[in-house]
Design a protein around this ligand. Sequence first.
Ligand SMILES: Nc1ncnc2c1ncn2[C@@H]1O[C@H](COP(=O)(O)OP(=O)(O)OP(=O)(O)O)[C@@H](O)[C@H]1O
Length: 283
Amino acid sequence: MNTDTFVLVEVNNVWKLYGKFVANENISMNIEEGEIVALLGPNGAGKTTLVKQLYGELNPNKGEIRVLGSKPTDRGIKKHMGVVPQECEPYGDLTVWDNIYYMARIKGVDKERAKERTKELLEQLELSDKGKTLGRDLSGGLKRRLLISMALVNDPKLIILDEPTTGLDPQARREVWDILLKLKKEGKSILLTTHYLEEAERLANRIYFIYRKIIVEGTPNEVKDKFANWYEVIDYSTGNVYRVKGEDEVKRIIQQLNGKFEVRAPSLEDVYLEVIKSVQGVH
Ligand SMILES: Nc1ncnc2c1ncn2[C@@H]1O[C@H](COP(=O)(O)OP(=O)(O)OP(=O)(O)O)[C@@H](O)[C@H]1O
């Protein structure tokens, strides 16, 4: 870890139980200033549970979470956080402008500043021509953009997004990615959960695979290098696929092939599926 970087979020040995059911087991992780961190795990892995503790909606049973040195439930810390929970919707009966403006007012921004901020955010998130549209009349992609702008009203240092692109078409997903990358450039820290490995690979400085506990942690490349110890040789003339270890073995196989073939290194998704399958077998 670079010692010049500032750790914004620290999660130390956190356990969260629902009754006797362990949703988060001894989780430790951190988020540094200006980085995007992605949490990946199958349905029910405990991502939302962890995220809700980060923004103070749930309390850990054991362990400790600090955001900018404070507990997430401390009132003072809320103004430094912008959150887009899972399956959240803007207010359908309010216009896009009003959704942002009233969110700013709720967060304690004064009237004049709230107006300015609403204008700024509409421009920043390319929603200016939608100011008068009702929340309920927006497409899924625009709704998500509106929710992100609502999370930004008080210029938070930390932005938490639970599945920000689920259900979006590829174009709308990329638009959200562009927004998140711009926010990162501005120095914001972002935590997101996602089921899309490509999203994690494109956006995240670091990723955590979670399956009740943290299974793997690192940069996308570190994770791939650690687990991707095989190649796939695809023989297009026969349709056969050979999974082999080591470059010598790859060479040996392709010498025997006639015609077109492809050698493919594992993707982050291949690694994820293998790692998760191995832990699912254990539980
Ligand atoms: N309020 C609750 N009471 C009891 N069990 C719960 C509660 N909330 C979540 N769970 C259980 O805890 C586990 C983790 O749920 P969580 O929503 O954190 O997973 P997730 O990784 O976010 O899943 P998904 O990818 O489907 O959103 C699941 O088995 C879920 O059924």
